[in-house]
Design a protein around this ligand. Sequence first.
Ligand code: GLP
Length: 257
Amino acid sequence: MKVLTGTPPQLARWAADRVLHRLRTRSLSVLGVATGSSPLPVYRALAASGEPALASLRVFALDEYVGLPHHHPQSYHCVVDREVTRPLGLDPARVHVPDGAADDLDAAAAEYEHLIAASGGIDLQVLGIGANGHVGFNEPFSSLRSRTRVETLTARTRRDNARFFGGDLQQVPTSCLTQGLGTILDADEVVLIATGAAKAHAVAQMVEGPLSSACPASVLQLHPRATVLLDDRAAAQLTRRDDHEQAGAATGPPRNP
Ligand code: GLP
């Protein structure tokens, strides 16, 4: 995987430029989006670009809590609508989020996989990383070939995400629907953003650790076009920091990783 370091605004700029470059060269029609705070500046940079071709995108979210109604402000249906669909001026009919409120969750998971495949697959997947190394909601010891499915959230993830529920752990759902690691690996390109000291350990395991389901994000070592964008604090535990380029150093459109 390619690792680039920079300030959070530089990382967001790089990721947004990558999306816009692929959009303008017609190699991006299906965008995968992550929730969480890390990618928000990317969506804001995309919205600020005013690029009209954004409206042609089809979008797939990575995951959704089980048991929250779609209109719950912390459901990823609402979060994606608030942070992506509206700011980018997308047609809501072209934006997909797994249905964590479905009666038959297994059927909803299978349907989501079907919808991704029917759209031609995800061209570029934006990712964050959990402090325990999860991507999407693929918690440690997820199968490296997993597909969209119901997953139980770990105590760590529920504690980390309690901040979105007024700090009340009881309000945080205990399970989710998430694209699998195999689903994520199928994307043509992935761009993962990690900022802040809380991610430093997971980042070191993902980049330098062995490929292991103990750190689900390490599966990205298998992806031929994965770029990891890190600020200094998230990169702090990498032992080979000198080997990595600066995200802000490149001029012109970003190269393929
Ligand atoms: C949630 C999401 C992940 C995201 C993670 C990190 O658990 N399901 O997709 O990567 O949060 O969030 P943050 O970027 O806010 O640290």
